[in-house]
Design a protein around this ligand. Sequence first.
Ligand code: HEC
Length: 385
Amino acid sequence: MMMPKVWRVRRDSLSMLDMGAAMDLFFHEICARGKRFFGAMRVIDCKFFVILAAMGWPVLMCHGSVNFKTEILPVLETKCMGCHKAPHEKDGKMVKPKAGLRLDAAWAILKGGESEQAAVVPKDVAKSYAFEVVSLPKDDDMFMPPKGEALTEQEVAKLKLWIEEGADFGGWEGNLEGKPAVAAKVELKVRDHAVLFERLSQGIQPLDAKVVKALNTKVGAQVSPMGTSTPLVRVDFLTGVGACSDENVEALLEIRENITQLDLARTKVTDGALRFVGQMPRLTRLDLRHTGMTDASLEQLAGCKDLVSLNLFGTAVTDAAVPKLVQLKSLQSLYVSDTKVSPDGLAKLREALPDTEVVGALELSAEPKKGGDGDEMRKRKKQQN
Ligand code: HEC
């Protein structure tokens, strides 16, 4: 593995397991050792028969120790599926799975949500997003479930063990509705995304954990990795938006090569910050909503050649921003609602950026593009907090 799964400095290690869970893990461990022991004994001789018999019981206990249908599925059903199941109607409204993630089918669990990171990767706990989110500290924005009863320590330990043992669904398939008929389609999308990330990951080194920690303590930046196999990171200041000004953004220049997402929403940054942002060559998403941003320095963003999403919601930008924004040809989404951009300005933006979804005042209540965007959802959640 190239880097730790989560650098978010607030993250503690998994809290102490209780006795039941500890026993499970103990048996699991003994199981692995016991099997090796058996192997060795067979070749030597049988005089340790008594010991073998004694080793036998834990081996039996841990053979296929976690049953998905009776031990994992009920937890998913009661604690996760309320928000993570196939689109359905509720009180006359269509409810979509949060972050595009469904946990009501084996194929969907293995596919994952909008992050395109599988919720479960058999035998790889570190890559299993569902395990990560349930074992985060409770005050983390990504802790799951965000509402309702958290998983108990035994449940977390069982999930871990089940993944380690190969995530056997025991024949359960779940809800087949929505399962991609041609798996290739999903793979294509994943590949597109992967190609961009792979390209952006070229030629950069993973960040030093010390640097990440120092940025957190000195300027309040939360730096989190975008995945296990990329040195790219996401940065926000959510633990202290009011304390984040242009200097804090300047401090990020130290890691500018690695930043691919930057959330400055509701911070005290001004136009001056864009001089630094423009020096982040791998930036794909920039959130400036509800900041003091004006038209003055938007041309600086031309330095971000792969900028896919720009959020200027609730800023003071006007039609004077239009000629600068139309230069950002890589944009897929541009949010200018609740600004001074006029309907005429909007029309100009749409004409010059035909492949970009430009969201203006009229679409204020509209859902984000294509069934919702993970980051948008994340931000909406944070906005409510
Ligand atoms: C009350 C609703 C709710 C419940 C219950 C809930 N989640 Fe979530 N989940 C969300 C929301 C909202 C997001 C998007 C959060 C964000 O991006 O900040 C999310 C995102 C996720 C993601 C990231 C998906 C991706 O690809 O981006 C995972 C994994 C996840 N949840 C797993 C779980 C698990 C496992 C459970 C049960 C233990 C659970 N969730 C319960 C609302 C919920």
